[in-house]
Design a binder for this molecule. Structure first.
Ligand SMILES: Nc1ncnc2c1ncn2[C@@H]1O[C@H](COP(=O)(O)OP(=O)(O)OP(=O)(O)O)[C@@H](O)[C@H]1O
Length: 261
């Protein structure tokens, strides 16, 4: 391992990304210590998903540095990128399950495809992970379309932890869930991440999720991280952008696009 235990698991330095003339990320600096859970908040269209895609290597940052456990993602391709990605687990917005695969096959996908785990062994692991997210083994034989949204999120979480990843990314993990189910999912996220000792990076607008799953919070606005601190300091950040955002006020320094032409 190239990195030491004190070095951050994930570090972004001066990350820029533009689409044509539109600058979306404008020097993002962010660091997630090992074993910590950092949640990035920010309004719609502020670049949270673009930042996540740059980390995952799904989009290429124009410049800057993104290191995962000391390994540089920016400019890395092919097998070297796959090796970095093998450390990742990911819970996508809307769970993003494969409709044509049974639930257990969805959970086992990364094990069978990515790690070459034997089907029978992968099945056993998948059933164990399903139990860990509160689903009974018989759910493993169903298809995603037969499940409620909350159950699909659980399956997505089981898939995210299937390979016992060192880093887990959560993209709007509670979108589309009622507040009680959202709380259940947040609780499961905390439990499973802690059990793995994993480092977590999440993006969300759900303040309930932030308060439940974050050790630290960072706010992105104007393509930059404009505040970062422990979740306990969120209420007293002294930053007018953060205050406006967390209290959901239309008045403040964040200009709300009302969709007028
Ligand atoms: N592939 C792309 N090509 C061009 N523009 C893009 C592309 N992907 C994202 N953008 C633009 O980048 C900006 C940031 O988008 P992004 O999806 O990262 O926002 P977000 O903060 O995740 O928003 P939300 O919370 O609504 O999901 C938007 O203006 C979007 O239109």
């Amino acid at each position: 391992m190239s990195a030491t235990d004190e070095s951050p698991m994930l570090k972004l330095t001066g990350v820029n990304k533009a689409f044509g003339p539109k600058k979306v990320l404008n020097g993002v600096d962010l660091s997630v210590p090992r074993g910590q859970s950092l949640v990035v908040i920010g309004g719609s269209g502020t670049g949270k998903s673009v930042m996540l895609k740059c980390i995952l290597g799904l989009l290429r940052a124009d410049s800057g540095s993104i290191t995962v456990d000391g390994a540089e993602v920016v400019g890395t391709r092919g097998r070297a990128l796959d090796e970095i990605r093998a450390k990742f687990g990911m819970l996508f917005q809307g769970a993003a399950l494969f409709d044509s695969l049974r639930v257990w096959e969805n959970v086992a996908f990364g094990l069978i495809q990515g790690r070459g785990t034997k089907r029978a062994d992968a099945h056993e692991i998948a059933i164990d992970k399903l139990t860990k997210v509160g689903l009974s083994p018989d759910v493993g034989n169903l298809y995603p379309a037969e499940l409620s949204g909350g159950m699909q999120k659980r399956v997505g979480l089981a898939r995210a932890i299937a390979t016992d990843p060192e880093i887990i990314f959560f993209d709007e993990p509670t979108t589309g869930l009622d507040p009680i189910m959202a709380d259940v999912i947040n609780h499961l996220i905390v439990e499973r991440v802690k059990e793995l000792g994993a480092t977590a990076l999440s993006i969300t607008h759900d303040m309930g999720s932030v308060r439940k799953i974050a050790d630290r919070v960072a706010m992105i606005h104007g393509g930059k991280i404009l505040w970062e601190g422990p979740v306990a300091e969120l209420e007293n950040s002294g930053n007018p952008y953060v205050e406006q955002f967390i209290h959901g006020r239309s008045e403040g320094p964040i200009r709300v696009d009302m969709g007028r032409k």
